[in-house]
Design a binder for this molecule. Structure first.
Ligand code: F6R
Ligand code: MG
Ligand code: MG
Length: 369
């Protein structure tokens, strides 16, 4: 069996009409760059967008964090940025925060999800792309798909899946280097939940099958504000998941997206909103949201990709989208109040801080009481 690597590298390098979607010309520029410069380096590729983010999926034999693969994608985004600037797109190059390339793009701004796999006779996998939200948005759907038989029937029905999974969880507030913990389900499921409830701090980086030792999930963990030290937009994570056989089935992985759980993001990356599963290449609109996620299913053979199947383009998900729209409307009714807007530490637009600083001076202690 041959080893191949699946790599997703994603960035927002500019979009039309605000934070809605990249231009056709920008997408074509990135795509042409990968097609031409990737010759001899990659086996296959797919380029798509979700909201204002462009994701490059490549297959190759170079392993994860390969400098040549990362440089190829970075240069594609830099070339795209020139077009974005020339077209006057909003936020041109906004996710390319660090310019010095030192081997890979992790920590430079783009989101990265990669996995090296032993390609089996049939190799189905899913590519998730989210917009207007943060990496922790995947915490709950991953927890449910990999630990809860209410979503993953395989935990009861398949002896291999019943053996459980190893979760590698990252503390994304620790920026000096990677700070991770490994916890196993089912024994430590409650500990996993205790961490994953804090979506701004603890993020699933990867998951492994305990039956086979194989990696099943790779998710991006980059938090832009931790790199830039200030607000630069939401991170908009990507994720790769292998399915079937030793892993949950595609439908089990998708099942938790029926909830439309509340995640951080939405307008100005500063609100809570329900995560809406959308069709591929969907734009953004209502209140710069709602936070969205798309999912494409592929099969791969000797590194060659099939065409993608758009997992949320099915009548069932229209019904879910309607329900999620209602949730979005409900929380929007309370505007800036309480749970609708994020806590101070997650806001990072300096406006509220500055206002509070000014008002602080006007507070008085009432005398005579
Ligand atoms: C994410 C996204 C938002 C914006 C944020 C900042 O895709 O678009 O997180 O980056 O709303 O917007 P500006 O730059 O308009 O303040
Ligand atoms: Mg954006
Ligand atoms: Mg985005």
């Amino acid at each position: 069996m041959a080893k191949i690597t699946l790599s997703i590298i994603k960035a927002d390098v500019g979009s039309i009409g605000g934070h809605i979607k990249p231009s056709q010309k920008l997408l074509e520029t990135v795509s042409n760059y990968i097609k031409e410069k990737g010759r001899g380096l990659i086996i296959d590729y797919y380029i798509g967008h979700t909201g204002d983010d462009i994701a490059i999926l490549t297959t190759h034999k170079k392993g994860v964090l390969n400098p040549k693969i990362h440089k190829l994608c970075l240069d594609a985004f830099l070339t795209g940025t020139k077009i974005a600037k020339a077209q006057g797109l909003y936020g041109a190059g906004q996710d390319l925060l660090v310019s010095a390339f030192s081997g890979n793009v992790k920590g430079m701004g783009p989101q990265v999800a990669e996995m090296e796999i032993e390609e089996g006779p049939a190799e189905p996998f899913l590519m998730f792309m989210a917009d207007k939200t943060e990496p922790g948005a995947f915490n709950l759907p991953l927890y449910l798909a990999f630990t809860d038989p209410m979503h993953c029937a395989g935990l009861i029905l398949s002896p291999r899946i019943k053996q459980g999974f190893k979760f590698v969880i990252m503390d994304v507030n620790y920026t000096k280097t990677d700070r991770i913990i490994e916890l196993v389900s089912p024994e430590e499921t409650y500990d996993i939940a205790a961490l994953l409830r804090d979506t701004g701090r603890f993020v699933v980086e990867s998951i492994f099958s305990r039956a086979s030792g194989e990696q099943v999930v790779s998710a991006s963990t980059t938090r832009l504000h931790n790199i830039a030290g200030k607000y630069v937009g939401k991170d908009d994570p990507v994720m790769l998941i292998r399915t079937q056989h030793n892993f949950p089935a595609t439908g089990e992985i998708l099942s938790p997206y029926t909830i439309g759980h509340f995640v951080s993001g939405f307008m100005r990356g500063s609100h809570n909103g329900p995560l809406m599963p959308v069709k591929k290449n969907s734009p953004i609109s209502f209140f710069d949201g709602p936070p969205i996620v798309s999912c494409l299913a592929f099969s791969v053979k000797s590194g060659k990709l099939t065409e993608p199947v758009d997992c949320f383009d099915q009548p069932y998900w229209d019904y879910v989208r309607n329900k999620v729209s209602q949730k979005a409307e409900e929380i929007r009714k309370q505007g800036f109040s309480g749970a609708a807007m994020l806590s101070m530490s997650e806001l990072e637009y300096t406006g509220v801080m500055e206002t509070l600083k000014e008002l602080e001076k006007r507070f008085k202690i009432r005398k005579g009481r």
